[in-house]
Ligand binder design. Structure first.
Ligand code: DAK
Length: 258
């Protein structure tokens, strides 16, 4: 499928989705979210995709939702017609792991989009922020909830209330991103991690992703029970036999998602 707002590269077993609205710093509009939704659905349905990288340009991962599209929207458009919301929620439902490779601005909906991915690998040029307060609104794609969980209440509150940006170093120190790498190495590093994940059994990968994501929804003992049941279920797989046999036989395992 040809996309208007995305560039897709399929380097089997990795899919790289590049947000591509260079004249608007990759601001998220309806078209882009519809296309992203479609690309992620295709990726989930395609066995030759095992890890997804979501990235932007050198200057911006995404500078937020498109203010020029939103300016004419009313409460009725947002609430009753549910503008954007279905496509936003689809991102979280993706079953395959998504790495956000962030360089430059990740602001507002762009910061939230990165946080909705499974983890964030940041270039040293990355800047994160929730500046919606400067537009007379507030975060609407989970930013108040997610940033508080990731960096703690105090920093999240300050970021949302002042609209200030956080640089890559602060983002790493506060736990928002998994690692910071030089901007010129961002995609190379993201691909190296993506290949590493793609080597594993998809059964374990999906189990880990679901379990960690559950920890944001439910209490600790329920979360540990959820983890335990998936862990138990993995003992019924061929991949478990293969992984453990390979360890004992001192060889590299070959997983087949069975
Ligand atoms: N929307 C539309 N256009 C944008 C944009 C945005 N968010 N950000 C940048 N652009 C456009 C600029 O208008 C400019 O276009 P031209 O004037 O050249 O036509 C071009 O990109 C280059 O931007 P600048 O000239 O401003 O570039 P600078 O380097 O000077 O500044 C900047 C870069 C990132 C600091 C600045 O562009 C900026 O402050 N941008 C806005 C950042 C922002 O406020 N982001 C939050 C947007 S509100 C929802 C859930 C969530 C949301 C919406 C709905 N639902 C559940 C329905 C999320 C809302 C948001 O994200």
């Amino acid at each position: 499928m040809a996309y208007e707002t995305l560039i897709i590269e399929h380097e089997e077993p990795i899919l790289i989705i590049k947000l591509n609205r260079p004249n608007a710093l990759n601001a998220l509009n309806s078209k882009l979210l519809e296309e992203l939704n479609s690309a992620l659905t295709d990726a989930d349905n395609n066995d030759s995709v095992r890890t997804i990288i979501l990235t932007g340009s050198e200057k911006a991962f995404a500078a937020g939702a498109d203010i020029k599209e939103m300016i004419s929207k009313s409460f009725v458009d947002m609430f009753y017609k549910n503008f954007f919301s279905n496509d936003l929620d689809r991102i979280q439902a993706t079953r395959k792991p998504i790495i956000a490779a962030v360089a430059g601005y990740a602001l507002g909906g762009g910061c939230e989009l990165a946080m909705r991915c499974d983890f964030i690998l940041a270039a040293d040029s990355a800047k994160f922020g929730q500046p919606e307060i400067n537009l007379g609104v507030m975060a609407g794609f989970g930013g108040t909830q997610l940033l508080s969980k990731f960096v703690g209440k105090s920093k999240a509150m300050e970021m949302h209330l002042t609209g200030r940006n956080m640089d890559a170093g602060e983002a790493e120190r506060s736990g928002l991103v998994s690692r910071v790498v030089p901007a010129e190495d961002l995609l190379k590093e993201a691909k190296a991690v993506a290949y590493k994940i793609a080597e594993k059994s998809m059964l374990s990968t999906m189990g880990i992703k679901e379990s960690i994501n559950r920890s944001f929804e439910i209490g600790m003992s329920e979360g540990i029970l959820f983890e335990r049941r998936i862990f138990n279920a993995l003992f019924s797989t061929e991949d478990k036999k293969e992984g453990m046999s390979a360890f004992i036989e001192k060889r590299t395992p070959k997983f087949e998602d069975k």
